[in-house]
Design a protein around this ligand. Sequence first.
Ligand code: DHB
Ligand code: FE
Length: 286
Amino acid sequence: MAVIIGGVGTTHVPSIGKAIAERKYKDPYWSPFFKGFDYVHSWLAREKPDVAVVFYNDHGLNFFLDKMPTFAVGAAALYCNEDEGWGIPVARAIPGDPALSWHLINALVAEEFDITMCQEMLVDHAVTIPMALMWPGENWPIRIVPVAINTVQHPLPSPKRCLNLGRAIGRAIETYPGNLRVMIVGTGGLSHQLDGKRAGFINTEFDQYCMDKIVHQPDMLARLSIHALVEEAGAQGVEFLNWMAMRGALTGAVSELHRNYHVPISNTAAATVVLGNRVVPRREAA
Ligand code: DHB
Ligand code: FE
């Protein structure tokens, strides 16, 4: 049976890709951020996941405003990246796990989630930057199932809906017959706003609240409306929806194993968390 080992929440700012290409790990601007991944590396080396379910938002590489699914699940054997115009190297292609993808897609539709299923899907910096951060080096020893959540074109799904999407995926992973170690990733955030009157907006207090509550009280965060989330986290801080889905997929006993928070990286409050998931055997229904 598949086992959910835990989750990682991480920022996905494109300029991190440039810093990695230029090996700026020890640079004073970058080191407080990169140091936050030392724990992630040791956790991954210990836990050895086979597959990562990656909740992220596409920024216009695969979906554009003309056609914008609320939720899209990848079912490809390989996911390619392309030049998005950020001036960072195009990332290597990442292998998929179509059998797990179709298991999740079937379960989601059965649970009344209207998703778009994608047998071809380009993945943007919101997938590739976290991969490069988690596995620095030549190989990414992981397969992925990317799940795109619309954080770009209103109306956006609510935090509650994203938590529930994650929960449905977590339950589906638990019933997957394959012998897999599965990690969950949520990318983006925390607070940031890239344009408009509040460009540069960061809300450290709200970010800390989110990182506190997501561990044991995600339902408190699920009470936030989208507009409250925009107000508190900034127009792009709504990427926290990906973290909500990540947390929802952790179906066991959850604990915070690691947290790093550093302001700013580019225009963003950069955060990295690792949440452990201890599998709790379910009591059979009488
Ligand atoms: C930045 C942050 C993002 O989440 C993103 O997708 C692009 C840029 C930034 O802070 O520069
Ligand atoms: Fe983003």
